[in-house]
Design a protein around this ligand. Structure first.
Ligand SMILES: *Cc1c(COP(=O)(O)O)cnc(C)c1O
Length: 421
């Protein structure tokens, strides 16, 4: 099977030809990116491959529709049909996560966090969140972000030895600073978060609990990670990470906060909803409700565990000694390279991933995830192989890129229609 044929089916038979005729320059760029994604290993922990059905919804004429407001209460005419799409997305999200209320309009994970703060806080309020040096997101108090500018963030950390959230510190900081809200969630924490613990601390000090589950929400959908919905006042999430939907955000909450959350999204922080993305979210929620997705989510975790063990065997120091999720962070220092150098060596060998902060050191480490490679159909044997290729690339052995391409070539992210899956 030709890689190009597979890619063309990925970019979709309909759009590829039309785009090539209209704008060959951009057509080449789209095909080039599809080729890059298919011929190297996508180990960026926040990335995945959406299904052709999700891509079809994204590339649909729903992109043309203006729909400010909510179903049944829009500021524009002609919304009858897109209203149904949004209602389906909302109902599917509520069922998938057991939530009383879902808002599926957030343009991104960051917009969802902004809306959660807007629903519960006023500028100047104190918020307790995982500090950025320990894996907090930009929206958890970075001075370069609205969060750090408009709120008074206090950061908790992780234990330098174990890499686990320092519960004593969370409790002490909460008692000392009496925050209006506590945020739990991270861009790099490889273990399950104990939402019950955070609920208990929030209740003790009278704070709201916001769970930023941008990373693990897909595992939650598949029953492979604990669900924050029963514990948090508001759950913020993305739809494009392990969940495998379109790039976007969402919010889940109880009926008591439903109206505040909806008003915080529109009209407070956003304008018109992106109806093509909302339809694609509905498609992704539908996919995530299937037994196949549950099997996928569990395979993502099984794969990450094998990958973490393999990296440890290659000599890297794996944070917390392993993982409960799709996410692994590791220090390559024992192999004589720092995180940034390692990322460059791995990229040159066709393995694409990120750097991240490390709990035990000031130097940067590596962050990788198994969501995308698992979507491609790779299993534990391939993870062991990737760990070996990883070690070889860091030891600067030759010929690794060819081996990575051979491996990636056997698992096309978008097999040709009617081909193997
Ligand atoms: C990815 C992520 C976000 C932001 O998502 P964007 O869609 O990139 O804005 C927010 N919080 C956490 C914890 C994340 O991991």
């Amino acid at each position: 099977m030709s890689v190009t044929r597979a890619l063309e089916s990925a970019v979709s038979a309909v759009s590829a030809d039309v785009l090539r005729r209209q704008d060959p320059e951009l057509a080449d760029i789209l095909l080039g990116e599809a080729d890059r994604q298919a011929t190297t290993l996508q180990l960026v922990a926040a990335e995945n491959f959406t299904s052709p059905a999700v891509l079809a919804a994204l590339g649909s004429p729903l992109a043309n529709k203006y729909a400010e407001g909510y179903p049944g209460a829009r500021h524009h005419g002609g919304c009858e049909i897109v209203d149904v799409a949004e209602r389906i997305a909302v109902e599917r999200a509520k069922a998938l996560f057991g939530a009383d209320h879902a808002n599926v309009q957030s343009h991104s994970g960051s917009s969802a966090v902004l809306a959660a703060y807007a629903a519960l806080l006023r500028p100047g309020d104190t918020v307790l969140a995982l500090g950025l040096p320990y894996g907090g997101h930009l929206t958890h108090g970075s001075p370069a972000n609205f969060s750090g500018r408009w709120f008074d963030f206090v950061g908790y950390g992780v234990d330098a030895e174990t890499g686990l959230i320092d519960r004593d510190q969370v409790r002490t900081l909460a008692r000392t600073h009496r925050p209006k809200a506590i945020v739990c969630g991270s861009i790099a924490y490889p273990r399950h978060i104990d939402y019950g613990f955070f609920r208990e601390v929030a209740d003790e000090v009278g704070a709201y609990l916001i769970a930023d589950a941008a990373h693990p929400i897909g595992l939650v959908a598949g029953g492979a990670a604990p669900n924050p919905v029963p514990y948090a006042d508001i759950v913020c999430a993305t739809t494009h990470k392990v969940l495998r939907g379109p790039r976007g955000g969402m919010l889940l909450c109880g009926s008591d906060l439903a109206e505040r959350v909806d008003r915080a999204v529109f009209p407070f922080t956003q304008g018109g909803a992106q109806m093509h993305t909302i339809a694609a979210k509905a498609v992704a929620f539908g996919e995530a409700a299937t037994p196949a997705f549950s099997a996928y989510a569990h395979q993502v975790v099984a794969n990450a565990r094998v990958l973490a063990a393999g990296l440890a065997a290659e000599g890297l120091v794996v944070t917390t000694g392993g993982t409960d999720t799709h996410l692994v962070t590791a220090d390559p220092a024992p192999l004589g390279v720092d995180g940034r150098t390692a990322r460059g060596l791995l990229a040159a060998a066709g393995m694409v991933l990120d750097c991240c902060a490390l709990p035990h050191a000031d130097v940067r480490g590596l962050r990788l995830g198994t969501a995308a490679v698992t979507t491609q159909g790779m299993g534990e044997a391939e993870m062991a192989r990737i760990a070996a290729l990883f070690g070889a690339a860091l030891r600067q052995e030759s010929g690794i890129l060819d081996e990575v391409r051979e491996l990636a070539g056997r698992f096309p992210p978008y097999p040709p229609m009617g081909g193997v899956s």
